[in-house]
Each structure stands twice: as C-alpha cells, then as structure tokens.
Design a protein around this ligand. Sequence first.
Ligand SMILES: [Zn+2]
Length: 238
Amino acid sequence: MIEELKILVKMQKLDDKIGKKEKRKLELPKQLKSLKENVSNANQKVDAVKQELEENLSLQKKKELEIQDNKAKMDKYKQQLLTIKTNKEYKALNSEIDFLDKKNNQIDDTRVELMEQEEEAREVLSKSEAQKKEADAELQTKEKKLKAKIDEVTKKIEELRSERNDLAKKLPRQLIKRYGALIKNKGRKAVVFNENNACGGCGYKIRPQLQIEINKGDKIISCESCGRIIVSKEIEEK
Ligand SMILES: [Zn+2]
C-alpha cells in the first residue's frame, strides 16, 4: 500500500505544477490583450486630439472671415460718410461703424482664445503621438515573446500531464477515478498531508484512530470532512 500512497503523492505534486502552469497560461493572453488595448487607446487619443485641432482651425478661419467681412462693411460706410448730406444719416452711419468695430474686437478676443487652445492641442497631440509610438513598439516586441511563452507553457502542461498519467497507470482503476474526482472538485487538491493531526486540505481534526492508520500507511484514509486522501509526511522518506 505504501507504494500506492507514494505514487499518489507524486501525482499530486505534478498536479500542483500543472495548476500553476495553467494559471500562467491564462495570464499570458491577458497581458497580450492589455498591450493591444494600450495601442487602441493611444490611437483613439490621437484621433480625438486631431479632430479637436481641425475644429479649432476651422473656427479660427470662420472668425477671420467675419472680421474681414466687418472690415469691408466699415470701409464701405466710411466711404459713404464722405458723401452724406444730413447730420442724422451721419450719426447713424457712425454708430454702425462703432458697433462693427466693437464686434470685431470681441471676435478677435475669441480668436486669440482659439489660438491659445490650438497651441495646447498641438502639445497634447505631440505627446499622444509619442505615446502611440511607444505602445506600438511595446506590442511589436512583446507580442512575439508572449506567443512563444504561451506555446511553451502549453507544451509543458502536456508533458506534466503525460508524466502524471504514466504514474496513474500503476494504480487500480477505482483509485484513479477517486483521485481524478477529488482533483476536479476539491480545488486541484486530492492528496494532502497530515498537518499536526489536522487535514492539510480543510483543517479538520483527524481522529486518533485514523492518525494511527495514516502513520502506518497501509490503507487509503480520507478526511472525514472534505474527503481528500490524507497521508503522513513521512511517506516520502519511507
Ligand atoms: Zn479535509
């Protein structure tokens, strides 16, 4: 019986390794996904700033045209002033010229604000483009490595599985089934050690009679609470 227990302990050790590798295998694609997300976020940022800049420039253009329009009107009115006959008409035209002049000052203030915003947007754009370049480069260099790592881990898991399955062949069919069910249902822990007379899996206290049997190592003893197979730590030395 000791031999079977030893095999079970070895199988559990292999399953511990498989568990770790499988965790790793799940993490690697996440890293790749996060790198791709960085690139896509950087692209979105660049596009958004470019659009903001475009809108700003077209608004500036519009304001310039408005100013030119108003100036042309003012010039026309000033010409008319020279030919005006009555005082009333003179006053009316002059106040229209004043109004346009004030309006142009306001538009010009807005234009200056837009130019300041343009400058800020250009700074943000150049930063975003640098970030985009960085994210692209990072993805390029890491993507290949990550894919190779995923392949490597997959291969390692296969090797560990086949090693474990070779060991399992030495056990009776019923015991393999029991081991497999525990691995599946008990968080990948089928075989645990007696930890200070408690189950190494769930911590349930082991009865003295069972402690004796576990120490003898000539029977397969299960935890009365979680059902995992409990073995003595000395089993590896026997
Ligand atoms: Zn237990």
